[in-house]
Design a protein around this ligand. Structure first.
Ligand code: C5P
Length: 422
């Protein structure tokens, strides 16, 4: 989605940097349009570096590209955070004396304004009237949060936290409503619903994702585990929700919160995960085994905590047995048309490259898509960023540029969607 992030001249402009990152991590193309005053708080290089686009507050830069019209026209969503009292007044009255106010006049997509100012300015009758006018016109004006303001004073006027603004912006995109109802007639219906993700391609699909590691019990207090954080599986679940899917997340121990909206089934051991995945996969359109499943488990689980004996040299010997390969089992029992995705953490060695090993694994496991993580030199586990290669059963190999696990999740869904039955 093309998102315009307008930034007004308030101290809360710094929070817009975090909002920008959230949008970028979710795979959106974000163009920042600050006001001149906003640039006093956070400079143009920061916005340009974070967004990957040139930044200007003026209508007089790059005039040949007609930015004062184009940026608004091409946007799928405009978010202004913070919106000052001055910006609210300009927007309510249709003034257009800089790039951002021009964008607000030319945009026909949903518009979300997040005011931030001192309580006196927020409650002033002029501001109250401007907000009412804008809401009447269909613009979404979110309520400011209450709390500590710039100085020692407190009250309503704080910019809501970036995560809350991100959620509100996504909800607005989801609703698919044009924010500017009075102008809807000027725009064809299919264009008006462009506010929905263009890749709402998982709508009506049931997606099952496993995430995290497993814990293989030794006794009531000890287990064998691994370093998986669950970030990639959670990012996949989140990205599937954003694309309209019903999502079941089968989660071993994970270090990150499960996304709102997913049905979460908590498990610990590989055997429990196999059980949960088999049940959830029964009506699934896509099954993704992103979990790091233990290959072995202790052959016996002691009923009571294993005690140390008096002999300091004495230690128990733990015998391991193989765990079932859940992915292979899911492939074997998959229903018609179901797409099964596996992961492979590989390193190259004297017998072949990481890609060679992954190609062999794809064939052995029989899944439709294999996501290769090159785990040489401690990459991937527990990290925010990752770099993967996607191997399809038809032989296609796609390198996904390094990025956050959220960005990579988006790329994985892009590769899955064409494999789905109509
Ligand atoms: O064989 P390997 O462990 O490298 O395969 C990794 C893939 O297989 C991952 O998708 C992982 O979730 C899955 N797997 C599994 N059951 C196991 C081991 C791995 O489903 N016991």
């Amino acid at each position: 989605m093309k998102i315009v992030l307008g930034v007004g001249g308030g101290i809360a402009a710094y929070k817009a940097c975090l909002l920008l990152r959230l949008f970028k991590e979710a795979g959106h193309d974000v163009r920042v349009v600050p006001t001149q005053a906003a640039l006093t708080f956070v400079g143009a290089p920061t916005w340009a570096a974070l967004s990957g686009h040139p930044v200007s507050a003026s209508v007089w830069d790059d005039v040949h590209e007609v930015p004062h019209v184009r940026i608004g026209q091409q946007a799928d969503l405009v978010v202004v955070a913070p919106t000052t009292a001055d910006l609210l007044a300009k927007a309510a009255h249709g003034l257009a004396d800089d790039l951002l106010t021009n964008v607000l006049l030319t945009a026909r997509c949903p518009v979300l304004l997040a005011p931030a100012m001192h309580t006196e300015m927020w409650t002033h009758p002029a501001t109250v009237a401007n907000v009412a006018t804008l809401r009447e016109r269909g613009v979404t004006v979110v309520e400011p949060a209450s709390g500590r303001l710039t100085g020692a004073d407190t009250g309503p006027g704080r910019l809501p936290e970036p995560e809350d603004l991100f959620a509100a912006a996504l909800a607005l995109l989801e609703s698919g409503e044009s924010g500017q109802r009075s102008r809807e007639g000027a725009r064809p219906a299919e264009e008006r619903t462009r506010g929905r993700r263009s890749d709402h391609a998982l709508a009506g699909r049931h997606v099952v994702v496993s995430a995290g590691g497993t814990r293989e019990p030794l006794d009531p207090v000890r287990f064998l585990g691994n370093r998986s954080s669950g970030r990639q599986g959670v990012a996949l679940a989140k990205a599937a929700l954003e694309r309209g899917a019903r999502v079941t997340l089968v989660a071993g121990p994970i270090e990150v919160p499960a996304p709102d909206g997913a049905d979460v089934v908590r498990v610990e051991s590989a055997l429990q995960m196999r059980e949960a995945m088999t049940v959830a996969a029964q009506d699934a359109d896509v099954v993704v085994m992103a979990a790091a499943v233990a290959d072995f488990r202790p052959s016996e689980v002691a009923e009571h905590k294993i005690k140390k004996s008096a002999d300091a040299d004495d230690a128990p010997v733990v015998t391991l047995v193989r765990n079932p390969d859940i992915l292979a089992g899911l492939v074997a029992s998959r229903r018609a048309g179901q797409v099964v995705v596996g992961f492979a953490a590989e390193t190259g060695d004297e017998t072949g490259s990481a890609l060679d090993h992954a190609t062999a694994k794809l064939a052995k496991k029989g899944c439709d898509l294999l996501v290769l993580n090159d785990v040489a030199a401690g990459k991937v586990f527990g990290k925010d960023d990752t770099e993967v290669t996607l191997l399809s059963a038809d032989g296609t190999v796609t390198s996904v540029p390094a990025g956050t696990k959220e960005t990579v999740a988006g790329a994985i869904w892009e590769a899955v969607v064409p494999l789905l039955a109509p």
